[in-house]
Design a protein around this ligand. Sequence first.
Ligand SMILES: Cc1cc2nc3c(=O)[nH]c(=O)nc-3n(C[C@H](O)[C@H](O)[C@H](O)COP(=O)(O)O)c2cc1C
Length: 213
Amino acid sequence: MSWTRRKSNLKRVLVLFAHPAQRASSINVSMAKRVEQLDSVTLVDLYAEYPRFEVDIEREQARLLSHDVIVFQFPLFWYSTPALLKQWQDLVLEYGFAYGPKGKRLAGKRVMASVTTGGSANDYSLGGGNNRPFPDFLLPLRQTAELCGMIFLPPFVLHSANHIDTTDARMHIDAYPVLLEALASAQLDTSHLEGLSEITTRDVAEIMAGAAA
Ligand SMILES: Cc1cc2nc3c(=O)[nH]c(=O)nc-3n(C[C@H](O)[C@H](O)[C@H](O)COP(=O)(O)O)c2cc1C
């Protein structure tokens, strides 16, 4: 099979990267740079494109339509997305396009959040500092995706992002392109993911091993 043919069989992955303080980033910028080079990935740095929050709705809707898998990549800020990603949702996911009786344009696409948190995995558990499992904090994003008929995959998460050592950071950065390439190819049946509440660095290796078996 030629490379051209393999490329044409790939699903297209759109990474919408939202980080307002990239000079202070120790992980997300490296993750974004790592996947930017992939053939199957379009990476959009939302804060670079829209520093004044004037999101181009038509351009963003066209981007959504031309991709199969949408990844929202962001650091968790106040248990939510950074503000520009919320602005993007508010403006781009219009009635009649993303939802409503005639708004089914995104139905069937897959959505994944790639999130880093300052809190630890233990903080995101019952009895921990935040007293709730981490996926609870993504409920608005999940419900939005599901209202639009999209399939919300478990999030790819790095907890304690400000406290991990360089080896763990490197492993997470390296796992990200592996995961996105798997989502883009037939290698990964997304039903493999359904039982997970979140996808960790280690899960990526296990998922890939399972997919290859
Ligand atoms: C304004 C702000 C709000 C934050 N809110 C949270 C939060 O609600 N929960 C949490 O676990 N971490 C929170 N953090 C920590 C960030 O999620 C963490 O610094 C980030 O994921 C690290 O990624 P980076 O190195 O790419 O910036 C917050 C950080 C900032 C600056």
